[in-house]
Design a protein around this ligand. Structure first.
Ligand SMILES: O=c1ccn([C@@H]2O[C@H](COP(=O)(O)O)[C@@H](O)[C@H]2O)c(=O)[nH]1
Length: 272
């Protein structure tokens, strides 16, 4: 999907909501465990109930790898279902990959060519040659970790090197790389006070913002300085939506939570 198509979906749905598909068999409604593929059945029900409220879905790959071959097959079925039934939805493989160049090339092939995700999260720690192989794919997006939502973000990302915070160096330096127009960035909702500084460095880029809901971040605080003229934000919530209920009505309960976030986003967009 192109960035222009993503922006047009945001305007059409009046939403910049991304729903995290982080499936935990201990948290899903127990009646689904009797099905042949409980992970896929859970995802399908959540997608069917919420696709009109969200512009993106983000399965975190760890939640699928943790279930071995069955988890991987459920991931394949989920991305195929999204691509076939909802080709207008932006898909994010939250895989946090990145390695020496020839290895990154294989990761890019797996997630972009084989699974056909629109985007993947990548860690910048190994530098330019570990990221550029992902950027070579046209109309695929590489979402670089800049300032993450967790406490550990303060261990390295906000530390200064040569007078500048590491996360700022990540933003500035990556903007000089080949095909940098395929970059987006991760900034946590729990770091809302950093958005004004971040927008000075990357005014036009899309930012994926995890950390609302279960981690306590606020949509309003993120939007204050995070929005740009094309909206430029994808705000993610996983547990706060998908585990709203563990009863049979779980998908309706998820849709209610998604609707609350979508309506908050719609009123933000109306004021732009
Ligand atoms: O900085 C980051 C980067 C990624 N994540 C991921 O986003 C979701 C958040 O889930 P919630 O249940 O809404 O808290 C999850 O997959 C994380 O691994 C993040 O939280 N922070």
């Amino acid at each position: 999907m192109t960035t222009t198509e993503l922006i047009s979906q945001i305007k059409k749905k009046k939403s910049f909501l991304c729903i995290g598909l982080d499936v935990d068999l201990e948290k899903i409604p127990q009646h689904l465990l009797a099905k042949e593929d409980p992970i896929f059945e859970f995802n399908k029900a959540i997608i069917d109930a919420t696709h009109h409220l969200a512009v993106a879905y983000k399965p975190n790959i760890a939640f699928y790898e943790a279930y071995g071959i069955e988890g991987w097959q459920a991931l394949e079925k989920t991305i195929s279902y999204l691509n076939e039934k909802h080709p207008d939805i932006f898909t994010i493989a939250d895989a946090k990959r990145g390695d020496i160049g020839n290895t990154s090339t294989r990761y890019a092939k797996a997630f972009f060519s084989d699974l056909n995700f629109d985007s993947i999260t990548v860690a910048p720690y190994m530098g330019e040659d570990s990221v550029v192989p992902f950027l070579e794919f046209e109309n695929k997006h590489t979402i670089l970790l800049a300032l993450t939502s967790n406490r550990g973000a303060f261990d390295f990302q906000t530390k200064k090197v040569d007078g500048e915070e590491v996360y700022k160096k990540v933003l500035q330096t990556s903007q000089t790389w080949k095909n940098h127009y395929n970059l987006m960035y991760v900034v946590g909702a729990t770091k809302a006070e950093y958005f004004a500084e971040i927008r000075k460095i990357i005014p036009d880029s899309f930012i994926l913002v995890p950390g609302v809901g279960a981690q306590g971040g606020s949509v309003a605080e993120v939007c204050k300085y995070g929005l740009n003229e094309n909206v430029g934000l994808l705000i993610n919530s996983a547990r706060g939506i998908i585990y709203a209920s563990s009863e049979e009505n779980f998908a309706d309960a998820a849709a209610e939570k998604a609707k609350e976030l979508q309506q908050e986003m719609e009123s933000v967009l109306e004021k732009m």
